[in-house]
Design a protein around this ligand. Structure first.
Ligand code: ZN
Length: 139
């Protein structure tokens, strides 16, 4: 797996507008080295109910593209979360929580929690870790 991930401006722009694009992208990074069911280890899957999710053909458990990643179980739209993650992790910008909340029209507390999640993930990784690693942190 590549140490760092560079997302083109074009792709980033698409993902900032579409939750499905984020799901597709996160799934492609997560399963880049292949799919393995977390419950039974089976490597065969079919499409699940959610866009870009995968369903184990043996135990029928479904895993969403964003499960066990930085974007797991968020209470606000994925494309907005992606905006923050991209801005902080790839662009190296860091607008204040209030700034993000206002720009994205989300609750400051929600925003603060996600911002803290990014920081927590970063702190658990060796310094200099690429943002692909942050993305794939089990949160
Ligand atoms: Zn399974």
């Amino acid at each position: 797996m590549e140490k760092d991930l560079k997302i083109s401006t074009e792709l980033a722009r698409l993902m900032m507008q579409s939750d499905e694009k984020v799901m597709e992208f996160v799934g492609s990074v997560k399963w880049a080295t292949g799919y393995s069911c977390r419950y039974c280890g089976n490597s065969n899957f079919c499409a699940g109910k959610l866009p870009f999710s995968r369903r184990c053909t043996r135990c029928k458990k479904e895993e969403s593209a964003t499960a066990h990643t930085l974007f797991h179980n968020l209470k606000f739209p994925l494309h907005k979360a992606f905006f923050i993650a991209y801005d902080v992790c790839q662009q190296g910008n860091d607008v204040s929580v209030a700034g993000y909340a206002e720009k994205l029209g989300i609750n400051p507390m929600t925003c603060w929690k996600f911002r803290r999640r990014i920081t927590d993930c970063r702190n658990r990784l060796p310094s200099g870790a690429g943002w692909q690693q942050i993305l794939l942190m089990n949160t």
